[in-house]
Ligand binder design. Structure first.
Ligand code: ZN
Length: 133
C-alpha cells in the first residue's frame, strides 16, 4: 500500500470566488430512465437513514413511469454515482424495483409501503369509485 505524502501546509488558494452565472454549479440530478427512456429519474439521498455499514439510503424514482427503487450507497456518493450503480443493478436484475402511481408518490408512507405488497386488490366498484362534483 502506497501512501502519498501530502504537504498540507502549502495549499494553494489562487482561485477566487467569482460571480457564477448559475446559482449552484451542481452535478446533474435528473437521469434517463432505463425502463421508459424518459429523462425523469431523480435521485434522493437520505443521509439520515443509515445501515450498520454506515451507508446511506438512496431513493431512485422516475417521474414518468413511476419506477421506484431503494439502495444503500456510501455516504460520499453523488446522485450521479447512485444512478450509475442503480443502472448496473437494474440491468443485471440485481435490484428490486416497484412502480408507484403518480397519486401515491407524494403521500406514500411507511405503513403503505409495508401493506402494499399485495398490490392488486381490485375493488368491486370499477374505475369510477368516486364521483366528485
Ligand atoms: Zn421511467
Amino acid at each position: 500500500m502506497v501512501l502519498w505524502v501530502q504537504d498540507l501546509g502549502r495549499r494553494r488558494r489562487k482561485y477566487r470566488k467569482r460571480q457564477l452565472l448559475r446559482p449552484q454549479p451542481r452535478l446533474p440530478t435528473v437521469f434517463e430512465c432505463p425502463h421508459c427512456g424518459a429523462r425523469a429519474i431523480s435521485v434522493e439521498i437520505k443521509k439520515k437513514e443509515r445501515n450498520e455499514r454506515g451507508e446511506v439510503k438512496a431513493i431512485i424514482r422516475c417521474g414518468n413511469c413511476g419506477l421506484y427503487a431503494e439502495m444503500w450507497v456510501p455516504e460520499i456518493f453523488q446522485p450521479v454515482d447512485v444512478y450509475s450503480k442503480f443502472l448496473d443493478a437494474y440491468l443485471e436484475g440485481r435490484i428490486e424495483v416497484k412502480f408507484l402511481k403518480k397519486a401515491e408518490e407524494r403521500t406514500i408512507s411507511l405503513e403503505e409501503l409495508g401493506a402494499e405488497e399485495t398490490g392488486f386488490e381490485t375493488g368491486e366498484g370499477g374505475a369510477e369509485s368516486e364521483e366528485a362534483y
